[in-house]
Design a protein around this ligand. Structure first.
Ligand SMILES: Nc1ncnc2c1ncn2[C@@H]1O[C@H](COP(=O)(O)OP(=O)(O)OP(=O)(O)O)[C@@H](O)[C@H]1O
Ligand SMILES: [Mg+2]
Length: 183
């Protein structure tokens, strides 16, 4: 365990990575924090939702939770982009819910080094933020199933848990300090 840079960020392991993947339940701030983080690091940002096939988006829009069988192809597409980033030596920031350990393992298939950043917050906080958001395909009533599905990072995983009780810019700054420590 490394020294803690702030009380609400806990680091498991650091070192060079091929991708930082911002994870967590719907509405926790993956896109907001991921975009800030990518800007700060000067890395490309990949929106995980953009890789969903139309069938998955139709299901989610209808309030139907995805099955694992819906997810494997989507996760493999994201993993392939991370593998390309490794080949190009151009690490990326990715947003993807990655709620279960087996999904995270699939995302790092092929031995890429993926640092998972779990944005952690209460159901109440996230629900309130989602209620304010418009024009997004994830309805707030899927939040309960998201919390039920969430498997927190385990000790063997390369990961950081980060509280969402700060602005996206502040959260991104904390994560960036771990990913690329000052020389
Ligand atoms: N740290 C934060 N503080 C305050 N508001 C935030 C924070 N992070 C995100 N938000 C707001 O909460 C809402 C959800 O954020 P965002 O879309 O980034 O979440 P997400 O995890 O990408 O959601 P989804 O899983 O649906 O893609 C947005 O309206 C965003 O502006
Ligand atoms: Mg998002």
């Amino acid at each position: 365990m490394n020294a803690l840079p702030s009380p609400d960020v806990t680091a498991n392991t650091t070192g060079p990575v091929d991708a930082v993947l911002v994870m967590g339940v719907a509405g926790c701030g993956k896109t907001s924090v991921g975009e800030e983080l990518a800007r700060r690091l000067g890395w490309q940002f990949l929106e995980g939702d953009a890789f969903h096939p139309p069938e998955n988006i139709a299901k989610m829009s209808a309030g139907i939770p995805l099955e694992d069988s819906d997810r494997w192809g989507w996760l493999d597409t994201i993993a392939a982009h991370i593998a390309l980033a490794r080949e190009a030596r151009a690490p990326v920031v990715v947003s993807c819910s990655a709620l279960k350990r087996r999904y995270r393992e699939r995302l790092g298939a092929g031995g890429t080094r993926v640092l998972f950043v779990h944005l952690h917050g209460s159901r109440e906080t996230i629900h309130a933020r989602m209620a304010l958001r418009t024009g997004h395909f994830m309805p707030a009533n899927l939040l309960d199933s998201q919390f039920a599905a969430l498997e927190p990072l385990e000790s063997g995983e390369l990961g950081i848990v980060c509280d969402i009780d700060a602005t996206p810019a502040e959260i991104a700054a904390r994560v960036a300090a771990l990913v690329a420590p000052a020389a």
